[in-house]
Write a protein that binds this ligand. Sequence first.
Ligand SMILES: NC(=O)c1ccc[n+]([C@@H]2O[C@H](COP(=O)([O-])OP(=O)(O)OC[C@H]3O[C@@H](n4cnc5c(N)ncnc54)[C@H](OP(=O)(O)O)[C@@H]3O)[C@@H](O)[C@H]2O)c1
Length: 199
Amino acid sequence: MVKAQLAVNEIIRETGAVNVIPCKLDLADTKSICHFFLTFLLLDLLKHSAPARVINLTSMAHSMGRIHFDDLNSEKSYHPVKAYVQSKLANILFTRELARKLEGTGVTVCAVDPGIVHTEVTRHMKSTLQMFVKAFSFLIRTPAEGAYTTLHCALTPDLRSGGYYRNCTLATCSRAASDDRTARNLWVVSCHLLGIRWR
Ligand SMILES: NC(=O)c1ccc[n+]([C@@H]2O[C@H](COP(=O)([O-])OP(=O)(O)OC[C@H]3O[C@@H](n4cnc5c(N)ncnc54)[C@H](OP(=O)(O)O)[C@@H]3O)[C@@H](O)[C@H]2O)c1
């Protein structure tokens, strides 16, 4: 909670807002469908707060992904890259289906590729790869630069719901990420895995 409290202090200092409360949330059990579950938990609040926005962080790496319906949580075979690109593809498919389901509610949904950003994302990678990223960090976006497209999607009026955004503009995602049938199937399987009923 130390990181969270530092972020809270900064938000209060910068905005003057007083009602900023940090909460602990561990989504590790939900694996690749944690975005789905978090949105489910927040759904009523989002609808009541409309106009509201849901921004799912994805990556251009989604284009290398495939949804393995027979092993969605990589329990049969795990490879970190395979799992990552699948989860990034799942983020876009989830965004499309959620946007469709929330049509007319005033909740806008979009998927954002932040670009390559110097964050803590490499902390579980091999030390050689971490050193490589560090050496070339001057070519990589700073966290502030990496937030531009997210801010664009949070603040731009009349944003197209269900879209995939990169470099502060609507972009084209892969064919697999535009497949509405896969998006619907993934939705059903995700509800089943989490044991939830989407209202
Ligand atoms: N960095 C890039 O170059 C890049 C490129 C494309 C897409 N993205 C996407 O951008 C998003 C943010 O990544 P990042 O680069 O900011 O990575 P990061 O520095 O590793 O941050 C990940 C965040 O997720 C939280 N988190 C991780 N596991 C969690 C869990 N089990 N339950 C709850 N929260 C958890 C972490 O919380 P703690 O701080 O408490 O650990 C942290 O705040 C990711 O979806 C990533 O795929 C990043």
